[in-house]
Ligand binder design. Structure first.
Ligand code: NAD
Ligand code: GLY
Length: 352
């Protein structure tokens, strides 16, 4: 097991390893004294891991109750959030009690936002069961729900008290969901870590789970500690995401988040190579690695449609959008770009 300590507005440990869910109660008891624990999970994860977690929490002296909602992004709504708040109130959870998110990023985001706002804030623990949750969403305290106008439009920064990523849980992921999270791993490698990039080139999808996930969490820790509230360094974690969100939105969400981010990363590398912001080999190596992981790197939309979709992204600030551009494998910069400069850039890589 590897442990990373995040020193943010709340300090907490991130544990990455095997067999951790069965021992979660013990670990949680070290972070929070035994109390009522409201487990929040989804309809796919709960039947596989719910009983194991309940038994572990009870053995450690916690009194668990559970709230399970239908799996998927469609549940990340105000309705699910309010139903959860009512569940907590009806079960008379107090500020001395605890929420426990058991699932991927959707569960973590909804549970975290409820924790941030119920009784003006209660502690919560993240038990990450997807690759994306393990390397990204469970760490750093961004919590959110979607609104009809867009994704993650209501939320709060609220750090967890403990994060546990049990690598064994990744074995039950549908292959497409597993791969989706790998786009974030490739993102960390391109952003910060050339040796990790080289390791992934050697292993492809068979990368050593614990080592690679812990390494990504370490990069996330550094970004969060440098810039907890996402005004500078942390924005680099959006590498591939501004264009990726455009691809996702333009496809009506038929293209998954990870697949869209993969296309976004390939595009920004191609644009950066065309602008001489980086060597052409950065584009070629990134494209090859993404394709080795099974991602398509071809953008199915013309430049004009993608520019329009990408600019409705909430990362647009005033007349500027912050593009994260690669300089070399393992080093990227934030390049503030005027909104009307995006289409000409996209035309360096796409027709239309
Ligand atoms: P998800 O939570 O929807 O999980 C994907 C699917 O896998 C779901 O059907 C889920 O039920 C299933 N699943 C989860 N764990 C499983 C397991 N171990 N075995 C079998 N099935 C399992 O999706 P995700 O990709 O984990 O997260 C995406 C969400 O995360 C989005 O809403 C996104 O906005 C959010 N996100 C948040 C942050 C943040 O910093 N808070 C960062 C990135 C993404
Ligand atoms: N997922 C990007 C961040 O946490 O800032």
């Amino acid at each position: 097991m590897r442990e990373i300590c995040v020193e943010a507005s709340r300090a907490y440990r991130v544990q990455v390893g095997s067999g951790l869910l069965a021992r979660a109660g013990e670990a949680i008891a070290l972070a929070h004294s035994p109390c009522r624990a409201a487990i929040v999970s989804d309809s796919n994860v709960w039947p596989i891991y719910g009983e194991k977690l309940v038994n572990s929490l009870k053995s450690a002296g916690f009194n668990p109750v559970f709230f399970v909602f239908p799996a998927g992004e469609a549940s990340k709504t105000g309705e699910t959030y309010l139903t959860l708040l009512n569940f907590l109130a009806e079960n008379r959870l107090t500020r001395a009690d605890l929420l426990v998110a058991l699932g991927g990023g959707v569960v973590g985001d909804v549970c975290g936002f409820a924790a941030a706002t119920y009784l003006r804030g209660v502690e919560y623990v993240q038990l990450a069961t997807t690759v994306l949750a393990a390397v990204d969403s469970s760490v750093g305290g961004k919590t959110a729900i979607d609104l009809p106008a867009g994704k993650n439009l209501a939320g709060a920064f609220w750090q967890p008290s403990l994060v546990i990523a049990d690598c064994d849980a990744l074995a039950t992921l549908p292959p497409a969901v597993f791969r989706d999270g790998c786009a974030e791993i490739i993102k960390y490698a391109l952003l910060y870590d050339a040796p990790l990039f080289a390791l992934l080139e050697q292993t492809g999808l068979d990368f050593p789970r614990e080592e690679v996930i812990a390494r990504c969490v370490e990069w996330k820790r550094r970004a969060v500690q440098a810039d907890e509230f996402d005004r500078g360094e942390r924005m680099k974690l959006n590498l591939g995401h501004t264009l990726g969100h455009g691809v996702e939105a333009r496809s009506g969400f038929a293209i998954s988040h990870g697949c869209a981010v993969a296309i976004g990363m390939a595009l920004i590398c191609e644009i950066s190579a065309a602008k001489n912001w980086c060597d052409a080999s950065v584009f070629q190596k990134t494209k090859n690695l993404l394709e080795q992981f099974g991602f398509s790197t071809a953008c199915p939309f013309p430049a004009s449609a993608l520019a329009e979709a990408a600019l409705s992204d909430k990362k647009r600030r005033g007349g500027m959008v912050s593009l994260i551009v690669p300089r070399e494998i393992g080093r990227c910069d934030i390049v503030p770009t005027p909104v009307d400069g995006l289409l000409p850039l996209l035309r360096l890589a796409l027709h239309g």
